[in-house]
Design a protein. Structure first.
Length: 453
């Protein structure tokens, strides 16, 4: 048992305070995962309010809700008042309306005004992510004035890596890294350092638009303006990383053949999870039923050459695997901006040759497998050479078709306004399974006509 656990068990508040005095918010949140609700409440009561608020931000939603129920009203108010405005907005917007109303009432008048202002922006917009805690300066100030102002007002800023230059009306005219002021002479004027080049976000823009901008600009924070250009807040990299993580999670879930959960796996209700996964499974199952239909269509060929049925799993799995590979690569490339809709022809040409090469590799392996096996067994009969050629050529065609279908479906879905991730690997595999059987038996008819067929 650790010293902290012993202190918690003995309810030694001074001991807990001494053991946790140098802890950061993330460290506290990580340690609280192994604590009971009562122990978590005890720790929260002895820590400084700013550390408590920081730790609360790093807890998962169920843990946050349990903790709020265990703490008193004043303690809840202290946490919410000390939380970063953007993190508090995220917490409030995900809470039920009645709970949000109650929580807003415990905020101080100033913090309540900030919270209501941020909640007034559309959901999943830049305005919901931004914080009004930043440092703005004037272009006629000297470097000495700027540094004095930062020392006086910088403690309330979300980040001090960049300072924002505004005119007398609050319109953003430049942003300057702090290092420029630290290295410049004290009597130099801000306007002499400005280059009048900056990138900003609009409060009503979609939150996901910030991800690509942060990547291209290599910034830890970006300014947010209203429609007139007035600086109203900043968005920091931690919030953008959450967006990127959520988007990647949703895409992975769709690629895996389910709806996006929109909440942690261990928190989502059982029947809600079944509903989100079951819909796609039913659709895919109905699609796979077409495979049985295709098999029935070629029932006569199978009766004449039963050996063909031995390779059906091999054939359809190869096509499905190649299609899944292609669609995963293209979805990812579209998501991070490596390719655009206009690049569809380049991707098609590339995948045709890739499919031809990959199919040839598998086709050669398949052919030699049959050839080698025929030296020790008569399972493939006297026409093993034709059977081997059927399998080899079929693999070339099916793998090439799988890569082509898998690469083009994301473009098609994006073109008609759907999420490319919807062309998930299971969906592509189902499509290629059905069409692969048609290709396989068509090739078999060409090679085996007059012998086995």
């Amino acid at each position: 048992m650790s010293e902290l656990q012993r202190a918690l068990k003995a309810r030694d508040l001074n001991g807990i305070r001494a053991l946790t005095k140098n802890w950061t918010g993330p460290a506290v949140a990580d340690s609280m995962k192994a604590m009971s609700e009562i122990e978590q409440a005890v720790v929260m009561r002895v820590l400084p309010r700013n550390v408590v608020a920081a730790a609360f931000e790093f807890l998962d939603r169920p843990n946050q809700n349990r903790l709020l129920k265990a703490l008193g009203q004043q303690e809840v108010a202290d946490i919410l008042n000390h939380m970063a405005p953007d993190d508090r907005t995220e917490f409030l917007e995900e809470s039920p309306a009645t709970v949000t109303k109650q929580l807003l009432e415990v905020l101080s008048p100033q913090e309540r005004e900030v919270a209501l202002s941020l909640l007034g922006y559309p959901k999943k917009s830049i305005g919901r992510l931004m914080t009004p805690q930043y440092v703005a300066i004037k272009e006629n100030w000297t470097v000495r004035q700027v540094l004095d102002y930062v020392r006086e007002h910088g403690t309330n800023s979300e980040t001090l890596s960049v300072l924002y230059v505004v005119d007398d009306h609050g319109v953003l005219i430049d942003d300057i890294r702090v290092r420029e002021f630290l290295l410049a002479p004290q009597d130099r004027v801000v306007s002499d350092i400005m280059d009048n080049r900056f990138v900003s976000l609009k409060a009503d823009d979609a939150a996901e638009s910030a991800v690509s901008l942060f990547l291209s600009e290599d910034r830890k924070a970006l300014p947010v303006t209203d429609t007139t250009g007035v600086l109203i807040g900043i968005v920091t990299i931690d919030d953008v990383l959450k967006i990127a993580e959520n988007r990647a999670t949703a895409e992975m879930q769709r690629v895996g053949g389910s709806e996006a959960f929109d909440e942690p796996y261990m928190s989502i209700g059982f029947w809600r999870m079944v509903k989100k996964r079951g819909g796609w499974l039913v659709i895919l199952f109905l699609g796979e039923m077409l495979t049985a239909t295709a098999m029935g269509f070629f029932e006569g060929e199978i009766e004449k050459a039963v050996v063909l049925a031995l390779f059906v799993p091999l054939i359809i799995s190869s096509g499905g695997n190649s299609g899944s590979q292609a669609t995963t690569l293209v979805i990812r490339a579209l998501a991070i901006g490596e390719v655009a809709l206009a690049d569809w022809w380049r991707v098609m040409r590339r995948e045709i040759f890739a499919g031809l090469a990959l199919g040839s590799i598998l086709g050669v392996i398949g052919f030699f497998r049959i050839a080698i096996w025929s030296g020790f067994s008569t399972i493939y009969g006297p026409h093993w050479l034709l059977v081997g050629m059927t399998v080899g050529v079929s693999l070339v065609g099916i793998v090439m078709w799988g890569t082509l279908a898998g690469s083009m479906l994301p473009f098609l879905l994006r073109r008609v306004g759907f999420d490319p991730a919807t062309s998930s690997a299971p969906f592509v595999a189902t499509l290629v399974d059905v069409t692969g059987l048609v290709i396989y038996f068509s090739v078999a008819f060409l090679f085996l006509k007059g012998t086995l067929l």
